[in-house]
Design a protein around this ligand. Structure first.
Ligand code: ZN
Ligand code: ZN
Length: 452
């Protein structure tokens, strides 16, 4: 039985969860099959949205799927206008792409269709939210887990910020098309799923140390999606449909888990923050962006290494008084952030709670860490797989995610490990290492571990 089918009763429904929250999964249709484009009109018919829509695609996805879907829809009485995004070499989710879609959108339109993967989906979802018109997505590659997401990460003024948006009504994908997606996109999807190794662990760190709420249903959903994909790594490498189907389902379920809990915790942690950091730096330097999941697949090697390192720590060596005495003062930290983040420094400073530098608050946090080390933290830290195991998974999938292979300089990688924690307020392994006063020392130690 496919992993998605075990959760299908949840789609389009709401339920009271054992975590104490009423969860809703408003995503109604998930269809992954052969010739899926033929089924688009009947899904739209069932939703009774009206007949006029805006299709958002780029040159590639237009040729790959958009043209055919547009024909199928007009044969079924739909009036579809096409918004062709043509930024070169690739579409960026920024002000200019948003403006282009808004210029093509007409108030009389009833819905939007995104034809593509990450960026096109993020942009369409944002416009859908702002115009109040529903949207569906026709997914062209199993490359990232944002299909079922309700947020859009956009690059505005060069800063990657996540905007609350809206869920799609349907995710539709053609399995043959997914299997023939470019290699780097499939491997990026694998990397994004591998990131769940530490996003799930980071979420639990937040529960133990920052009073966050854990939803066991969402956690198990992502955990089983991860296990399924890892078990099918070789089939993914060989482009076998059962492997690609499992990967696509896992990517969709990761999004559903975020949709359920209403935040990104189940599927995005320190590995994602590192990826966002590299992305921002690339943008600032005008470099051609790397795929999201590729960076996540690289970053997870370091976050796993950090978990492995911290798992062997003896809590007796946590010298609370010494740590409080030597913590970098807030003003000094602000200065450092200005040097590192340049034009976006104020945004980063604003994201971090000044209270974290208060010595009483910091001391309390350290006591909490020390008290919970043996009972809660050590079991969690030790539950994260060893770095060699994760490397072997990547190898089986045929992915070579080293900084050299991706052209990322060692100093950028080091910087990302040191400062990625600043761009999101969530408690993660990077923040734990920092609280314990040895993030820098550990980064020096793990920086070369991903290479071999
Ligand atoms: Zn991701
Ligand atoms: Zn729950």
């Amino acid at each position: 039985m496919s992993i998605l089918s075990s959760y299908k009763d949840m789609f389009g429904s709401s339920f009271h969860c054992k975590c104490g929250v009423q969860h809703a999964v408003p995503l109604k249709h998930v269809v992954i099959k052969q010739n899926a484009e033929e089924g688009v009109p009947s899904i739209l018919d069932s939703e009774k949205l009206g007949k006029r829509g805006l299709m958002v695609c780029d040159d590639n996805t237009w040729k790959f799927a958009g043209k055919r879907i547009s024909e199928v829809l007009s044969n079924n009485g739909y009036d579809i206008k096409v918004c062709l995004l043509n930024q070169k070499p690739m579409v960026i989710p920024d002000e200019s792409a948003i403006t282009q879609i808004l210029l093509e959108f007409e108030p009389s339109m009833d819905f939007l269709i995104a034809v593509g993967s990450g960026t096109i989906n993020d942009l369409t979802r944002f416009i859908s939210h702002r115009t109040g018109k529903p949207y569906i997505v026709f997914a062209t590659a199993p490359s990232m887990d944002g299909y079922a997401s309700t947020v859009s990460p956009l690059l505005i003024n060069g800063f990657k910020r996540t905007y609350i948006t809206v869920h799609p009504l349907a995710i539709i994908a053609d399995i043959d098309m997914l299997c023939s997606a470019p290699d780097d996109m499939i491997l990026a999807g694998f990397g994004d799923i591998l990131g769940k190794v530490t996003s799930l662990a980071d979420w639990q760190l937040g529960v133990i140390l920052a009073e966050e709420r854990l939803c066991p249903v969402a956690k198990n959903m992502v955990q089983s999606a991860l296990e399924e994909v890892v078990s099918k790594a070789s089939q993914i490498a060989q482009r076998k449909s059962e492997g690609i189907q499992a990967l696509m389902e896992a990517l969709i379920l990761s999004g559903v888990a975020m949709m359920m809990v209403g935040n990104s915790r189940p599927a995005s942690g320190s590995e994602h923050h590192i990826s966002h950091y590299i992305e921002m730096k690339y943008f600032m330097e005008g470099r051609q962006p790397l795929l999201h999941g590729t960076k996540v697949g690289l970053a997870v090697l370091y976050t796993v290494a950090l978990y492995n390192e911290l798992a062997s720590l003896d809590p007796k060596n946590i010298d609370i008084q010494q740590l409080v005495k030597t913590k970098i003062p807030y003003e000094e930290w602000c200065q450092k952030i200005k040097e590192v983040f340049g034009p976006i420094a104020q945004e980063v400073i604003g994201l971090n709670d000044r209270q974290n530098w208060d010595s009483v608050v910091y001391e309390r946090r350290l006591h909490n860490i020390k008290e919970k080390w043996e009972t809660h933290l050590k079991p969690l830290l030790s539950s994260v797989p060893r770095l060699d195991t994760v490397k072997e998974w990547l190898q089986r999938a045929g992915a070579n995610f080293t900084p050299q292979a991706l052209g990322i300089e060692q100093n950028l990688m080091e910087e990302a490990l040191l400062y990625a924690k600043e761009i999101r307020p969530h408690y993660t392994i990077l923040r734990l290492a920092d609280d314990l006063g040895f993030l820098e020392e550990k980064v020096k130690k793990i920086i070369n571990l991903a290479l071999v």
